[in-house]
Design a protein around this ligand. Structure first.
Ligand SMILES: Nc1ncnc2c1ncn2[C@@H]1O[C@H](COP(=O)(O)OP(=O)(O)OP(=O)(O)O)[C@@H](O)[C@H]1O
Ligand SMILES: [Mg+2]
Length: 482
């Protein structure tokens, strides 16, 4: 009698929003699974298992117990409006995929969906569809090296280009997105994809130092004064005299079209100690020679950005030094923040974001970008600036930036410490799902937050465009026999 009782699959809910259940291990229920609940009072609903554990009943046959959330009411095999109510006893079974699909359709309503892959591992899986509107909240993409972050983000950016009007700026430290506008296999593209993709990427420009790219150069004088001072490591209190000399010199110039060399020439021509120190500082810091400065008469990248741009990819990986990439990333972020009053919805994508706004800045450029990104994280949404940050190490990211991210895209993650950190930072995504990240394979992930109707366990679909970057060949490990 006891054995029969403990292997029965049964559930109850005291609030109509959550449920608890007991089931036989053989039912194959897992955390994240969608279930159909048929209550004894005649009500049916769709639920989702969140927590699950096996316990030994002492009968030799363990049972699983767990809890979950009720997602929607079900009638005649379809999702219907109306709040589910409490129930005392119910049978549960794995939900029919059609019912789950209906739930996602209902949750999306008439909002644009972005299909990024498939759900789960079923033979005939459902599409994993994100809500495009959810990208109006900040997003963190996380996972260890080689987990498929860049590939998956590429899929998301392609789908955003194809299905929305959202502008995007991509800071690309590893040159991974420089071929985002090129289809991998234009001849195999079906359903008019080739034409639609060409139209979606017509106003995509790639800036960098490689042949064929638009030169990536900035004008020193166009940076805000505080940022110019940061480039020169000038502190208004510590270096009061030099800072003051610098301010007077740039005020006398009277325009923003000056270079560091212009400032140095003027400083050397003055006879006070502060100006001479300033000239010496510019010389000693070696910042004047950086390849990213547009010289007098040369156009800057801002002059070269098309009026009606849709997407801008900045190939920071093409710059000769990490210092230059860091400074350029900082000045681009600064420029975007300066133009916030334009209020044009723009997604700012930063790969390796922990190098742009780390928790502990290693140089003054990281300090500069961190300050602006903290402001964007806190207030950007009001101006239509949304962040999409990618990192391997969430704990290395500026904490005030991380805490403003509402969407989490999590790929494989081995570090238990990082997983717990994410589970705590994204408390609206069930921790039991976040903890599955240690078992994800390549291209598998979890997405939760406003972009997902429910936290989705997905498998990334195929990229339309060519992957950039330069993968290191693995032929060195090939078999030498035979
Ligand atoms: N869904 C997928 N299908 C096929 N290949 C994939 C998929 N996801 C990733 N890959 C391949 O696996 C490799 C690693 O993926 P990717 O570069 O996206 O990892 P990453 O998480 O960005 O790593 P890193 O942190 O080192 O930049 C790449 O060669 C990529 O082409
Ligand atoms: Mg990557």
């Amino acid at each position: 009698m006891t054995a029969i009782m403990t292997t029965m699959t049964t559930a109850y809910s005291i609030d109509g929003r959550t449920f608890r259940f007991t089931a036989d291990v053989a039912t194959g229920l897992t955390s994240g699974a969608y279930i159909r609940v048929d209550a004894d009072n005649g009500m049916s609903c769709l639920g989702r298992i969140i927590e699950i554990e096996a316990s030994d009943t002492g009968t030799g046959r363990p049972v699983i117990t767990g809890s979950g959330v009720i997602r929607a009411r079900v009638e005649d095999g379809d999702i219907v409006a109306g709040a589910p109510t409490a129930f005392g006893a119910a049978r549960i079974s794995i939900a029919d995929p059609g019912l789950v699909a209906a739930h996602f359709r209902t949750a999306r309503r008439d909002k644009a969906g972005l299909e990024i892959g498939t759900l789960g591992d079923a033979a005939d899986p459902l599409p994993a569809t994100l809500l495009a509107s959810g990208f109006g909240r900040h997003t963190l993409v996380c996972g260890q090296s080689g987990s498929g972050k860049t590939y998956t983000l590429g899929v998301m950016l392609e789908r955003l280009l194809l299905n929305t009007d959202l502008r995007m700026i991509v800071l690309d430290p590893n040159s991974d997105y420089i071929r985002l506008a090129e289809l991998r296999d234009p001849d195999a593209a079906q359903g008019g994809l080739a034409d639609r993709y060409a139209a979606a990427t017509r106003r995509l420009s790639v800036f960098g130092n490689r042949p064929g790219q638009i030169p990536l150069r900035s004008r020193f004088g166009r940076l805000p004064l505080t940022k110019q001072a940061l480039v020169l490591n000038l502190d208004p209190i510590r270096d009061a005299r030099e800072y003051n000399a610098f301010r007077r010199i740039v005020r006398d110039i009277g325009s923003t079209e000056y270079t560091l060399t212009d400032v140095r020439h003027r400083a050397s021509a003055l006879h006070d100690d502060a100006s001479r120190d300033l000239a010496m500082r510019i010389e000693n810091l070696d910042v004047e020679e950086l390849g990213i400065w547009a010289q007098a008469g040369e156009p800057t990248l801002l002059d070269l950005v098309p009026q009606d741009w849709r997407a801008l990819v900045f190939d920071l990986g093409s710059l000769p030094s990490s210092g230059e990439a860091s400074l350029l990333a900082a000045s681009l972020v600064s420029q975007l923040w300066k133009q916030r009053q334009d209020r044009i919805p723009t997604l700012l994508v930063i790969d390796e974001a922990h190098n742009v706004c780390p928790q502990i800045p290693l140089d003054r450029f990281q300090e500069m970008a961190s300050a602006d990104l903290t402001a964007i994280a806190g207030e950007g949404r009001k101006f239509g600036i949304y962040l999409l940050l990618v990192t391997q190490r969430p704990q290395k990211l500026q904490v005030n930036v991380l805490s403003q991210c509402e969407n989490l895209v999590l790929m494989r993650m081995n570090s238990a410490e990082d997983i717990e950190h994410l589970a705590a930072s994204f408390s609206h995504v069930p921790a039991s799902l976040v903890r599955q990240a240690a078992g994800f394979g390549l291209g598998q992930g979890l997405v939760g937050g406003p972009v997902a109707p429910d936290p989705l366990l997905f498998r990334t679909g195929t990229r339309h465009s060519v992957e950039g970057g330069s993968d290191i060949p693995s032929t060195w490990a090939g078999s030498r026999t035979g």
